[in-house]
Every structure is written in C-alpha cells, then in structure tokens.
Ligand binder design. Structure first.
Ligand code: G4P
Length: 539
C-alpha cells in the first residue's frame, strides 16, 4: 500500500539524517530567545534582515506571533518550526531544524511536547540573571528526556555577573559540568570578544548598527591578542587555564549523556557569538538517532519511514484558517504523496498536503528526512502523540498530558451557536490547547476546561469567539489538584465533598480536589481507592 522510497537509497538517507540538527531554545522569558532565533537565521543567511520572524510588540512585522492576543501581549504562545541550511566556517553543510517553544510557564505542556521532538537544546541564560525559574523547569524536562544541552550566556554586552560565578551556578544548581568552548574577553558590559578555547584564537567583535546585519568577526592569533585586547586578554587566558585545571574542557561523551554542557558567550542583539553557536550545533550537537518505540526498542533513522505528531495547531493566521499537525520524522524518507499508516487507527493516511512552515510562510514540502518536521495540513484525524509509518509497523509512546491545576466550566453565551460551540471545544481539545472534562452531573452542554496555566483559558476563550464565532463564558471551579482514578474508586469519590470526578476525552478518569490537603485527607480515609499522579508541569 505504501509508496515510500525509504530503504531504496540507504546512503543518501544516512547522509541526510547525519546532517540534520534538530533543537529548541529553552529559556526564561526575556533572556533573548526571539532575538537569538532571528540572529541564527540571519547568520545562516536564510533572511537578510533581522526582525522578520518574531515580531514582538513594537518591533517589525510578525511571522510567528500569529494571534492578535500574542501581538497585544508581546509574547509568543505558539510553536513554529524553522528549517534552514547552514555551512560551517570549515565548509561542512548541515540542515538546522529550530523548533520554537512558547516562553510563558502557562504553556509548559506545549513546550514539553516540542521537547519530545528535538535531539538537543540550547539553554539560553541572561548574563545578569543567571538561572531563572522557567529555565530550571525546562532544564528538568531535558534532563528527564536525556536531551544534551548547549548553554549560551547572552547579553554579554550589558553589565552582568562574573563568568566564573555563572559557571559555578550551573554546576551547583543543576549538576551539569560547564565546559566553556569560548571565554569572554572583557567583563559583561565591556565585551571585546571571546577566546576560542579550542584554537586559542581571539575572536574580536566589531559593533554594527542595531545588530541588523551579521557582525563581522576578526580572528586574531594568540601572540597578537594581548596587543589587541590588553589586560582583558591576559585575564581571559588565565581564567581559561583555571578551567582546564578543573577539567572543564569539552568532552563529547559527557555532553551526550547530559552530564556536561558546552558553554558559549553571546550578545544576540548585537549578533556576537552567533556564528560560533551555529558551528557548535553543526559540529557537536547530535544528529537524529532514530527513536524508541512503546516497547523501548530503537527504530534506527535508516529504517522505513516513521514519524510522530508532537503538536497540532489551527488558525495560524487569518489567511489560512486550517489546522496543521506537526510530525517529527524519526526514520526513513518522506515523499509528499506517500500513503502512510496511522498507527492508532490502522487507517491509511494520505500526505498530499505536506508543508514546511517557516514562521508564517508556508511552502509545499516534497521530501523530508529524519530530524525534519512535516506540517500536515487538514489532518483532522491526527492528535499529539500519534504515530505515522510506512512499510514496517511501529508505535511511539504517547506524549503524557500534564496534571491540570485550573478548572472552569465553559458555557456558550450565544444559544444559536450551539453547533459551533461543540465543534470549537472539540477542536481545542484535539489540539491540546486545554483538556476537556465531562461528567453526567454537569452534562454535555457545560464541559469543564482544565489547564496547567490560566493563560490557556484566555487562548481558548479568544479562539472560541474569533475562530468559531461561539463566544464562551468561563466559570472557575474551586479545584487545584487532579489524580487518575479507576471506575470503582470514582464511585466512592463522587460521594465526597470538595471532590468531583470527570472523564477526559481519552477515557481517563480524573478526580479533582480543592487542595492538596483535601486530597491527602481523602487518600488517608479511603486507602482502597487508587489515586495516581499525572505528569506535573516541570517534571
Ligand atoms: P525572549 O524571546 O526570550 O522573551 O526575549 P527577546 O528576544 O524578546 O529579548 C528580550 C529583551 O532583551 C529585548 O529587549 C531584546 O532586545 C533584549 N536582548 C536580547 N538579547 C540581547 C543582548 O544580547 N543584549 C542586549 N543588550 N539586549 C538583548 P526589549 O527592550 O524588550 O525589546 P527591543 O525593543 O529591544 O526589541
């Protein structure tokens, strides 16, 4: 039934997989993720002027901030997949797949889904602030999934903390051994350039106006560097020697097993250090390595085609009110028009509408390789976590839903829009914008929306009104904790005060409690009732 070409050109498949680098940037809001993303694309020469991808409030036009609400708030809520070719300064060509993640903690479930689709992550840290809460949470997700991390200390052009102090903080607070690849010449706020610790060269930066173009770099030999940077060079050399004495030199093995992290110093806004980051991604970040299936067996990248959906998103802009399922290719070659199998239903899946999505710009995607992201338009049957395959069956593990902490009853405010209301709620549920819970007691007209963060409710309300013409009113419910239970337990729990039991769309029974103390009480008084934890945000 399939027409996949996987297997027919094994050398090509292996070479194409080997040059993919699929990663995401994790950071606390304001560390400079959008600025860095623009700078990376600019340096790879995919765009000629910074500012065309992420338009924050007050910046240039927007490509990925697709929703009015995002524009108003100046935050990026949705994920975008960017792909661009890059040739390293040594002449090696690779393909970068940069998966964008929402910065706000309320969307950590969305970020988690994206992190299931990457092979490495860039942990972006503000030089003045060090490790911040959202960075720490996302780091824990990466550690849990064993995703190797490249650390970037950004905003070095501004006064900030001492570089050695930041290294200590990384080592002590998250237990990763920092192994700097570059070391700053000049303290934060007085940035002269970096010492490339692998070559010993001084890379001097020259300022460009507003960071609108790629910054020119000058490579100066060590013996001329003192003359160029004076005492700052000597200090950088001394500190670098201290690091070597402490065994803080790059080690590929510990990087890949997530116990050490190479470190770079940048100023994304001034385009400093961005070339180094691209080169490090190309040379050191791991290429796709297949994926583990539900039984823990690895399907190699060179096996027949397989992919899993990590995100479903609709209404990306007013010109395309459709729905895209983003699938990460794990193995094999994808050719548009291939007929795949949808593992959860066993049904054939036609891929005529495959697209690549670059910010808001879309183009038809004809071929994709392991590590790439395929945007499948109008894929109504696909949900996050679904597997698609060709030739040889495989099922990848489901992506766990997070434990909701906010609950609200949704009611349509316009009774004539009943149909649109149902359709909208179903769509938001399938995309994973919110979880939708139902119970006999509350009836189908008033589903309960459950979220990790309250901003998910804002997105749901906004989209119900703007996209489905079915405005809703949300009535908050006084619950803050959820646990999975079984049908026998549900019967007992339903009779208790400050506890309610709902059925989630995937069939799971969720018992919700007003507080964690109420939950502990109930668990103590009903020892035979099984109450299992869901994945918590930041686990
Ligand atoms: P985010 O996506 O992580 O939330 O951060 P974003 O890139 O929006 O950057 C947050 C602020 O930090 C922006 O300033 C941005 O210009 C600034 N910034 C990012 N990288 C650097 C850097 O390397 N050096 C310096 N000095 N600033 C940096 P803003 O005032 O909020 O916006 P804008 O008016 O400058 O665009």
């Amino acid at each position: 039934m399939t027409t996949s070409t996987a297997g027919s050109k094994p050398d090509l498949l292996s070479a194409e997989a080997g040059r993919r680098r699929t990663f995401a940037v994790i950071s606390h809001p304001d560390a400079g993720k959008s600025t860095l993303t623009e700078a990376l694309v600019l340096h790879a020469k995919a765009i000629t002027e910074a500012g065309a991808i992420h338009g924050k409030a007050g910046r240039r036009s927007t490509v990925s901030d697709w929703m009015e609400m995002e524009k108003a708030r100046g935050i990026s809520i949705t994920s975008t997949a960017l792909q661009f070719p890059y040739t390293t300064q040594a002449g090696n060509s690779c393909v970068i797949n940069l998966l964008d993640t929402p910065g706000h903690a309320d969307f950590s479930e969305d970020t988690y889904r994206v992190l299931t689709a990457v092979d490495s992550a860039v942990m972006l840290i503000d030089a003045a602030k060090g490790l911040e809460p959202q960075t720490l949470k996302l780091f824990q997700v990466c550690r849990h999934r064993r995703i190797p991390i490249i650390t970037v200390i950004n905003k070095w052009d501004r006064p900030g903390r001492h570089a050695l102090e930041l290294m200590d903080e990384i080592a002590e607070r998250i237990g990763l051994k920092p192994t700097p690849l570059t070391w700053p010449v000049g303290i934060a706020g007085d940035f002269k350039g970096v010492l490339d610790r692998r070559t010993g060269m001084f890379i001097r930066y020259t300022r460009t106006a507003g960071g609108a173009t790629a910054a020119p770099e000058e490579h100066i030999a060590p013996d001329a560097a003192h003359e160029a940077a004076g005492i700052d060079w000597d200090t950088a050399v001394e500190e670098s020697e201290l690091l070597s004495a402490d065994d803080a030199d790059f080690d590929p093995e510990t990087f890949r097993d997530c116990s050490s992290t190479p470190v770079l110093f940048t100023s994304a806004a001034l385009n400093f250090g961005v070339n180094q980051l691209l080169d490090v991604l190309a040379e050191l970040a791991p290429p796709p390595n297949g994926a583990l299936d539900v039984d823990g067996n690895r399907r190699d990248a060179t096996a027949p085609f397989s992919a899993f959906v990590f995100k479903v998103q609709a209404g990306m802009d007013s010109a395309h009110r459709d729905r895209i399922a983003y699938a990460r290719v794990c193995s094999g070659t994808f050719e548009r028009g291939d007929v795949l199998t949808h593992a959860s239903t066993g049904k054939p899946f036609v891929t005529k509408y495959a697209q690549s999505v670059f910010g808001q710009q879309r183009s038809t995607l004809d071929t994709a390789w392991p590590g790439d992201v395929i945007g499948l338009a109008n894929a109504a049957a696909l949900r996050p976590g679904d597997t698609l395959y060709a030739d040889v069956a495989v099922q990848y593990p489901p992506i766990p839903s997070f434990s909701p902490e906010h609950f609200a009853v949704a009611r349509g405010t316009d009774p004539s829009k009943h149909k649109q209301f149902r359709k909208g709620i179903e769509q938001l549920d399938q995309e994973g914008v919110v979880q939708v819970l139902r119970s006999d007691r509350r009836g189908d007209q008033a589903p309960v929306l459950a979220a990790v963060g309250p901003m998910q409710f804002e997105v749901a309300s906004h989209r119900m009104a703007a996209e489905f013409s079915a405005p809703i009113a949300l009535e908050p419910l006084p619950y803050t904790v959820a646990r999975l239970c079984d049908p026998e337990g549900a019967e007992t729990l339903q009779k208790l005060a400050s506890v309610e039991v709902f059925t989630r769309t995937d069939g799971a029974l969720l018992a919700v409690f007003s507080t964690k103390w109420r939950l502990e009480n109930v668990a103590r008084e009903n020892p035979t009732v099984s109450l299992r934890s869901l994945v918590a945000a930041g686990d």
